[in-house]
Design a protein around this ligand. Sequence first.
Ligand code: FMN
Length: 213
Amino acid sequence: MNRDLHSIRRDYQFDDLLEDQAGEDPLALFDAWLEKAIESDSNDPTAMTLSTVDADGAPHARIVLLKQRDESGFSFFTNYDSDKGEQLKQNNKACMTFFWPALSRQVRIQGKVEKVSREASETYFASRPRASQLAARTSQQSHVIENRGVLQAAFEKQEQDFENKDVPCPDNWGGYVLKPDSIEFWQGRPSRLHDRVCFSKSDTQWLRVRKAP
Ligand SMILES: Cc1cc2nc3c(=O)[nH]c(=O)nc-3n(C[C@H](O)[C@H](O)[C@H](O)COP(=O)(O)O)c2cc1C
């Protein structure tokens, strides 16, 4: 790569995050920031980096989509037999990182993950486009395959098997919900004097501190 990456930088000046704006409830603040990200028309505003750790302590990260945020936590859907599913089986601690570049904002959420109810997974699965349902049945996510043709043939077989029928949710597909222990809000500011407001949970209360950027 010959391009000079050193010179790629920008000054952040969309907003600031003072304590009275942050308030006492990080979940309400998250909802307000997500709403703003959706309104600001950024691509994939619900996309986040999900970080997990494997049995050897090695970290893994990938993008998934947030599908629900309610009193139970932060939910996403995936294949339970995927690499992330195997890692979460060994160690249910995970981290979600949202980045909304147009707003110069990042949110980091750490906590423990558990499976959502079978009923919730099936309800969400039923709401997905048919092609996504068939793809979920087709793909042994994270497993090595010989070539793309194998995937296409498996998809076509599913299409035939379920012609004129509802596509059932596979047993190994469903949701996880992350129950947050800590949530950090980062608001980019001019001259790299960014705001970092961090909440951590103690019993039923959220404690708020500010960290140096
Ligand atoms: C924008 C975007 C959204 C994605 N959303 C999901 C998702 O909601 N669930 C999912 O399992 N994978 C999603 N993926 C694919 C994952 O990043 C990843 O490739 C896949 O889950 C396999 O990860 P693993 O092998 O670490 O388990 C998405 C990828 C991108 C780029």
